[in-house]
Ligand binder design. Structure first.
Ligand code: ADP
Ligand code: MG
Ligand code: ZN
Length: 202
């Protein structure tokens, strides 16, 4: 049996806030444009930090994008001649974004997904674990820990006491931290214990 080799695959770019996910997404998409491939970029309508019609990094690198309410809207808006689809802030979509990415890849489209792998409490974020599982290629970026200067893998919520998982914000609300400087807000794990367990003494 011969299968026509299609370029369709899924790449995931993950990491904490400020780790350069959007920068890397924009870099890859701009290279595709240089190769004269049609690109389209989507993000959840929820992420309105800078603008509703661009994806923008904290460094102001940006590309036009379409804000969609639901992941399935992406399918409706992808044009027939599009070769590369970028999705930023994928953690804010529901699990259906996994099927959408798979469908696009089976159509021969290169799908580049960027998103937070963990929420501010250090827990896997939304559909990201599943996207990581089905992706052909995974890039995990780190930021710089604002406490110790080491590689930061986690996002610290620096103000407010809300335990609400999704509070959209940037520098005024969040900073990057390493595992040891990260202080997740305490929450019950259902067994009467504070989560996470205390750090082992060193
Ligand atoms: P992400 O999409 O992962 O949140 P961005 O691509 O928007 O990240 O921004 C990355 C940029 O953020 C870096 O190039 C740097 O200029 C800036 N930045 C601000 N704080 C930090 C930090 N703590 N660690 C690394 N980069 C930071
Ligand atoms: Mg980003
Ligand atoms: Zn640190």
């Amino acid at each position: 049996m011969f299968h026509k080799t299609l370029p369709g695959f899924i790449e995931v770019i993950c990491g904490s806030m400020f780790s350069g996910k959007t920068e890397e997404l924009v870099r890859r998409l701009k290279r595709s444009q240089i190769a004269r491939q049609k690109i389209q970029v989507f993000k959840p309508a929820l992420d309105n930090r800078y603008s509703t019609d661009h994806v923008q990094s904290h460094d102001s690198n940006r590309l036009p994008s379409r804000a969609v309410e639901k992941a399935k809207d992406i399918l409706r808006f992808v044009d027939d001649n599009t070769r590369v689809v970028g999705i930023d802030e994928a953690q804010f979509f529901d699990d259906s974004v996994v099927d959408i990415a798979q469908k696009l890849a089976y159509r021969g489209i290169r799908v580049i997904v960027a998103g937070l792998d963990m929420d501010f409490q250090g827990q896997p974020f939304g559909p990201m674990p599943k996207l990581l599982a089905v992706a052909e290629q995974v890039t995990k970026l780190s930021a710089v820990c604002m406490i110790c200067g080491g590689p930061a893998t986690r996002t610290q919520r620096t103000s407010g006491t809300s335990t609400q998982k999704i509070v959209v914000g940037a520098k005024e609300l969040y900073e990057a931290r390493c595992r040891f400087c990260h202080e997740p807000h305490e929450q019950e794990n259902g067994e009467g214990e504070a989560y996470p367990a205390p750090r082992p003494a060193v």
